[in-house]
Ligand binder design. Structure first.
Ligand code: ADE
Ligand code: ZN
Length: 324
């Protein structure tokens, strides 16, 4: 089964590029940019990854971004993930980036976008992998900050495929960002949002109704509302589930006690993803293997799951066809 899962052509739809920053690369970039890290080695940094919920994780995650200074840094960050995807037969990826986490440190949108789009072009040429960038809004910052970020992104409107909503969920309901999502719609972008990760099922409804999202990031708490489950099944709204993330962030005690199998059995359109693999202990294939260990899915179920990811992607129809 391991070989079967490794060899399956895959797509990944829920991946924060800043969450792929491995401690080793963090040290290389810190040295390159003469930035002091409060750890003596990558191993000591890794052992400081002692978080138990989303807020604690996010503190470390934003701290880690301090080493990203130049377009070259963003290129190297993205290219490391894209090379990894090639090894794992991930042939299409839709990648979140958090511009506000960089702009507030004085890094321009142009630096971020030059680096990321350069890597995308090289991934296509070197690996034949297609990709898209989803600009994620930090929901714990004011709405005006989101609107300003959208203005800064306008010159890059055609290089970005979507808008997302991430960061601390509790106490930051999606509806607050309705205007931002309306502007993204005018830009021609797809709309997705993190909802029902730590926040309640109600936030999923709100993201669907007010932000008009077409795909839900996480969404695992939908099971708390049977009417919501009915709606999601009926409309086959995709959920980008991130099993190892859910365990590392304390959403579930372990994979076996997660509701992954329940989501499948309910007939929901589930996809498997890695979220922030450098922090959560595994890339996409590792997430699939962890699910396999806990639930022993069949090969046809895995083919269905990988097809769900391809179908739920924003790739053009002919690309979807080629990926299957
Ligand atoms: N930013 C990076 N990873 C995230 C997650 N799992 N949830 C919310 N915001 C994030
Ligand atoms: Zn996420």
């Amino acid at each position: 089964m391991n070989e079967f899962l490794s060899a399956l052509p895959k797509a990944e739809l829920h991946l924060h590029i800043e969450g792929t920053l491995e401690p080793e690369l963090m040290f290389i970039l810190a040295e390159r940019n003469r930035i002091h890290l409060p750890y003596a080695s990558p191993d000591l940094l890794k052992s400081a990854y002692d978080f138990h919920n989303l807020e604690q994780f996010l503190d470390l995650y934003y701290q880690g971004t301090s080493v990203l200074q130049t377009a070259n840094d963003f290129y190297d960050l993205a290219m490391a993930y894209f090379a990894r995807c090639d090894v794992e037969h991930i042939l299409h990826y839709e990648v979140f980036f958090d511009p506000q986490a960089h702009i507030r440190r004085g890094i321009s949108m142009d630096i971020i976008m030059d680096g990321l789009t350069g890597a995308q072009q090289d991934a296509w040429h070197h690996y034949g992998a297609s990709s898209g960038l989803i600009m994620s809004i930090l929901r714990d910052l004011p709405v005006d900050d989101a609107l300003e970020t959208l203005k800064l992104a306008k010159p890059w409107q055609h290089e970005i495929i979507g808008i997302g909503l991430d960061s601390a969920e509790k106490g930051n309901p999606p509806g607050k960002f309705r205007t931002a999502f309306e502007i993204a719609d005018e830009y021609g972008w797809h709309r997705v949002a993190h909802a029902g990760e730590e926040g309640p099922a109600e936030y999923i409804w709100e993201a669907l109704n007010e932000l008009k999202i077409r795909r839900i990031d996480h969404g695992v708490r939908c099971v708390e509302d049977p009417k919501l489950v009915d709606y999601l099944v009926k409309h086959q709204v995709p959920l980008t589930v991130c099993p190892l993330s859910n365990v590392r962030l304390g959403v579930f005690p372990d994979i076996a006690q997660s509701n992954f199998k329940q989501l499948l059995d309910l007939g929901l359109c589930v996809t498997v993803n890695s979220d922030d693999p450098a922090y959560f202990g595994g890339y996409l294939t590792q997430n699939m293997l962890a699910i396999q260990d806990a639930f022993e899915l069949t090969q046809p179920q895995w083919i269905q799951l990988t097809h769900n990811s391809i179908d739920a992607s924003f790739a053009p129809a002919e690309r979807k066809q080629a990926l299957k």
